[in-house]
Design a protein. Sequence first.
Length: 272
Amino acid sequence: MNLENYFISQFNNKNIGDDGAVIGKYVYSKDAFFENIHFKREWLSYFDIAKRAMLVNISDAIAMGAKPKYALLSVAMPKDMSAKDMKELASGFQEIATKYNIDIVGGDTISNTKLDITITIISQVNKTLYRKGIKQNYLLAYTGVLGESAKSLKKLQNLGKIHQKSKFIHIQLRQTFLQKTTNVLKAGMDISDGLFCDTQKLADANGLGIKFFNKIPKRIGCSGEEYEMLVAFAPRDRKKMIRLAKLSRTKLTVFANAKRGKYINRCKAHHF
């Protein structure tokens, strides 16, 4: 049993099921970023921890075609953090907020045994990109290069060091790509749990199976926290999508199409 899906199923609400909840012209999204689950303090500076926490949350909003406007921060901080550490953490939050024109409007802080962060992003949207909207034979594609995040994580777990420009630290969101392709895309989401896992989410949302064109290694397909885009579009728009991706300087890999049946992800669950 997928315990995450089981828990979510206990809440019968039509707004649940995408990267964020769409209510009117607003998208509400929230992700947790917890020490010893998503990161260790010895891996990243406080500045980089805050930046990453913000970016993984903003990714959900952008993936739905929304423009982030406001953020609420909840930060549980260990007592061994100094005033300098707190200032560095706050600077990381503020740098990303400034970059994306987001106002940090409130939240909560408490004392804790470790550093745990949750962020709520409130965004405005005109045309929402949902997970539903895929028909048989629609093509699936992903942006960028996958596999680097898992590779960096393995290095860190083995007490190694990673480059400051590693995707584990330097997350590149695809808002320009989405802005140029919004009128062509039929469905999409960000790749946070890995290509195979998130492809299953898209397939399940549309009641379809998936046919891969070529075998994709597990080191690529199971690499989580990539924060690239997984998108679907009609076959007739393939050339147009490739052209639009080039205009935004985005690598686009068309890897599968939607078929009858059911697709089952073979990667280890990230959440439970």
